[in-house]
Ligand binder design. Structure first.
Ligand SMILES: [Zn+2]
Length: 91
């Protein structure tokens, strides 16, 4: 489990229907094509592995589970500590 890194960009447009904000920088990502996700937990404070997320949910923290969020490649490059937490979604 790591603290969720956050990057503040000067301007981020609103996501359209096919998009969800990047977990780190809020830049809209088209999730119909995107394949890299992280599991955001503890109300947005943490990034967790699958095992850690399941454990939190089993121990009464399901209410702070925000689920999988897309993360941009540029953000993974900027925060290499994210890499072990990235879930690749296959076609
Ligand atoms: Zn990003």
């Amino acid at each position: 489990m790591i603290e969720r890194p956050r990057t503040k960009l000067p301007h981020v447009r609103r996501p359209n229907d096919d998009e969800t904000p990047c977990a780190v920088c809020d830049k809209p990502i088209n999730i119909t094509k995107h394949k890299l996700f992280v599991w955001v937990h503890e109300g947005g404070a943490s990034i967790v592995t699958e095992a850690e997320g399941k454990k939190l949910n089993e121990t009464g923290h399901r209410g702070s589970d925000l689920g999988l969020h897309p993360v941009g490649r540029d953000c993974i490059r900027r925060y290499p500590e994210l890499e072990p937490y990235v879930v690749g979604v296959k076609d």
